[in-house]
Design a protein around this ligand. Structure first.
Ligand code: FAD
Ligand code: UDP
Length: 401
C-alpha cells in the first residue's frame, strides 16, 4: 500500500539532507568546511579525512556529489552525464593512480567527427583523412599533408588569439570550416577576441590518428563518475550535506578552515565586478533506437546550427541497451557557470580576485571556478592533490598518495 513519506524521507529520497540531520551535523566542530563536491572539493575531503584524520563538512548546493562530472541513469535506464560529456584523459601517472583507488576503468579512446556544411562527417581534430575527404585529394604521407597545410597557412607575426593560432597552422579556409562558427557559438565572441589557449586545445595532425586525445591514460570509470565519487567520499570523519548553499552554513557551522571551490568572484560578493563564465543549456533525449551516431561526439561547426555538439553516451560507457541517450549543447550567457572565459581582460580581473584570495589565507581556493582556469578533470585533481600536500607539509605530516 502507498504510504505518506515524511518530509525527512522525501528529502532523503531526493538526496537532500533533512533539516534535523543538518542541524545536528552543523553543531559538531569541524576542522574543515569544504564548499563544492566536485573533483576539487571531493579529492580534498577524501585526503584530509583519510590521511590526516581531519573532521570535514562537505557541502554542495546541488542535490548530488560529483560537480559537473555527475552521471546518472535516466528514465530509460541509460547512464548519462547530466552536465555534458566527460571523458577522462591524463598524462599524469599520479592522478591516474590516485583515482584508481576509487574505481576500475574501462579503456576508451575518444573520437569526434565534425559535421561540415555539406553534411559530410570528417575526423576532428583535422588530420590527413580530414583533408583527403574534404578536398578529394590523396595525401598519403605526413610530409604531403604538411606541405598541403603549409601552402594554406598564413604567417602570423605574434600568435595571440584563438584565430591566430589556427590560421597560422591551417589557413583561413579550414579555420572558417572548423573553428570560427563553433567558437563564436561556444563563447559568444569571435576567436580573435579569445586567448590562443582556447583553440590550441585542439591540435592539427598530418598523420591519420583520429583520436581526440593522445594522453597516456585514457579511460572511463567503469561504473560511472558518481560511483567513483561515492567510493571516494565513503570516509570516517566526513559529513556531507547536499542541496545546501555556503551562505546558509557559513554562520551556523563550527569549523576552523574553509576550502572554497565555487566561483571566486561570488565568494567576494563580486567586489570588483562579475567574472565572466560561459554557460550551456543541455537538451537530453532518450531515443527508442540502439544507436544515434557513429561516434561519441559529433561537432557542428556551422554557425547556422544552434548547438555546438551532440554526444551519445553509450559509446563512452560501453553500456548495452536497446535505447540510447544523446545530449545537445546550446551555449548561453546565462545559467550555471561552466567555463571561465580565457581572454586578457578577464585574466586581469581574475588577478584582482587572486590577490584578494592570497590576502585571505584562512580560505583556500581550489578548482576550475575558484582559480578561474579552463582546467580538465585531471588538472583539477592534480591541483587538489598539490593543495593537500601543502596542507600536510605545513602540519609537518608525511603523506603517501
Ligand atoms: P565543479 O565540478 O564545477 O564543482 C564545483 C561544485 O561547487 C559544484 O557542484 C557547485 O554546485 C558547488 N558550489 C559552487 N558554489 C557553491 C556555493 N556557494 N554553495 C554550495 N555549493 C557550491 N574535463 C575533462 O577532463 N574531460 C572532459 O571531457 C570534460 N568535459 C566537460 C564538458 C563540459 C560541458 C564541462 C562544463 C566541463 C567539462 N570538463 C571536462 C571539465 C570538468 O567538468 C572540470 O574540470 C571539473 O568538473 C572541475 O571540478 P571542480 O571541482 O573544480 O568544479
Ligand atoms: N573548437 C572548434 N571546433 C571544434 C572543436 C573545438 O572551434 O570542432 C574550439 C572551440 O573554441 C572550443 C575549443 O576549441 O571551445 C576547445 O575545444 P574542446 O573540445 O577542448 O572544448 P570542451 O570539451 O572543453 O568544451
Amino acid at each position: 500500500a502507498a504510504r505518506e513519506l515524511g518530509r525527512a524521507e522525501l528529502m532523503a529520497e531526493a538526496g537532500v539532507a533533512a533539516p534535523a540531520i543538518r542541524a545536528a551535523s552543523r553543531t559538531k566542530p569541524y576542522d574543515y568546511l569544504i564548499v563544492g563536491a566536485g573533483f576539487a572539493g571531493s579529492v580534498l575531503a577524501e585526503r584530509l579525512t583519510s590521511q590526516l584524520g581531519k573532521r570535514v563538512l562537505l557541502v554542495d548546493r546541488r542535490p548530488h556529489v560529483g560537480g559537473n562530472a555527475y552521471d546518472e541513469k535516466d528514465a530509460g535506464g541509460v547512464l548519462m552525464h547530466k552536465y555534458g560529456p566527460h571523458i577522462f584523459h591524463t598524462n599524469s601517472e599520479e592522478v591516474f593512480r590516485y583515482l584508481s583507488q576509487f574505481t576500475k576503468w574501462r579503456p576508451y579512446e575518444h573520437r569526434v567527427l565534425a559535421c561540415v556544411k555539406s553534411g559530410l562527417h570528417v575526423p576532428m581534430p583535422i588530420n590527413r583523412t580530414t583533408l583527403n575527404m574534404l578536398y578529394g585529394v590523396n595525401l598519403s604521407t605526413d610530409a604531403e599533408a604538411e606541405a598541403f597545410l603549409a601552402s594554406r597557412a598564413e604567417p602570423v607575426e605574434k600568435i595571440r588569439s584563438s584565430e591566430d593560432v589556427v590560421v597560422s597552422q591551417v589557413g583561413r579556409e579550414l579555420y572558417e570550416t572548423f573553428f570560427r562558427g563553433y567558437t563564436r557559438k561556444q563563447w559568444g565572441m569571435d576567436p580573435s577576441e579569445l586567448d590562443k589557449a582556447v583553440t590550441a586545445r585542439v591540435p592539427t595532425r598530418t598523420n591519420t590518428d583520429d583520436r581526440y586525445f593522445t594522453d597516456k591514460f585514457q579511460s572511463m570509470p567503469l561504473d560511472g563518475y558518481t560511483r567513483m565519487f561515492e567510493n571516494m567520499l565513503d570516509q570516517k570523519g566526513l559529513t556531507i550535506e547536499l542541496g545546501v548553499e555556503y551562505e546558509d552554513v557559513r554562520d551556523e557551522a563550527d569549523f576552523d578552515r574553509l576550502i572554497f571551490t565555487g566561483p571566486v568572484d561570488e565568494y567576494f560578493d563580486h567586489r570588483f565586478g562579475k567574472l565572466p563564465y560561459r554557460s550551456l543549456r543541455f537538451r537530453h533525449e532518450t531515443l527508442d533506437q540502439e544507436w544515434f551516431q557513429p561516434v561519441a561526439v559529433v561537432n557542428y561547426p556551422d554557425e547556422a546550427v544552434p548547438y555546438t555538439r551532440v554526444s551519445e553516451y553509450k559509446h563512452m560507457t560501453g553500456q548495452a541497451s536497446r535505447r540510447t541517450t544523446v545530449t545537445y549543447e546550446y551555449p548561453s550567457a546565462e545559467g550555471d557557470p561552466y567555463y571561465p572565459v580565457p581572454r586578457p581582460e578577464n585574466q586581469a580581473l581574475y588577478k584582482k580576485y587572486e590577490a584578494l584570495a592570497l590576502d585571505t589565507p584562512e580560505v583556500l581556493f581550489v578548482g576550475r571556478l575558484a582559480t578561474y582556469r579552463y582546467y580538465n578533470m585531471d588538472q583539477v585533481t592534480g591541483q587538489a592533490l598539490a593543495t593537500f600536500r601543502r596542507i600536510a607539509e605545513r602540519e609537518g605530516r608525511a603523506v603517501i598518495q
